[in-house]
Design a protein around this ligand. Sequence first.
Ligand code: DGY
Length: 321
Amino acid sequence: MTGRPTLWITRKLSTATEARAARDYDVRLNPEDRLFSADEIVAMSYEVDAILPCHSEVFDASVVARMSERVKIVANHSVGVDHCDLEALKAKGVVVTNTPDVLSDATAEIALLLMLAAARRAGEGDRLVRAGEWISWSPAFMVGTQMTGKRLGVVGMGRVGRAFAKLVQGFGMQIHYYNRNPLPPAEENGAIYHETIEALLPQAQFLSLHCPATPQTIDLMNEARLNMLPEGAILVNTARGALIDEAALVAALKSGRLAAAGLDVFKTEPGGNQELSKLDNVFMLPHIGSATKETRDAMGFRALDNLDAFFAGNEPVDRLV
Ligand code: DGY
């Protein structure tokens, strides 16, 4: 390749990220921040050497098959890569990277926010006051669930799961977790390992999901598994909407089998789930787990670090395929 590589940044990224990219690459930006269709992604692939997408751009097998051979690397601005068919990209010889580590604290903060908000009925309370409908108070009013001293189940003790477990230590919660492998004892901090998710669930008065969406984890929390949680449990999801059977969750929340849920991610994004929206005992956010200024800069720089390494002929730190 002669001259600077041509890089397409699919969405509007932080100012610092775009400035650095423009310094080092012949960059195509998206100042209107519009969503590109599959056909447009394919068309753009004929004009660039590298793509820096977000989880909003889908690189499924049909897109990858039609993409130009010119694209050598897809450097994701996300830790999750369920929007990428990694096998198809690998078979085409495209390098794929992601941005782990840098969003763990921001996402753990949002998990804590969701857990507190769901447990203490923050959405309901906020709506009541805003609507001018707060007309009485009594000890029986808006009684929620206390987190302090309860058992928390964590599914997936990767970077985000560990950051979240650390954050809730101040609440004196007993932490139980399910992971493919137990953590080294020095990293467990007293958390109790369960070899199966079925062993974990009956312990989890609160359950927080921190595993990736893969063919094996789609609808992980289905009706049967939701029923394994203790009566009145609270479910939190900051990972991917695909992990939960939303119809089963609606039923569990309606029946009171689950006390509440806190969700930052949904099967349909953007948009969410209109059946969940009808329920007062759900607190919802629009997939903003990593949406802090600091983390957006860090994600952008991490993606650019991976690109820089690749074009310098080195192995990108976060290479997946
Ligand atoms: C991630 O990094 O996977 C977040 O969900 C934002 O895309």
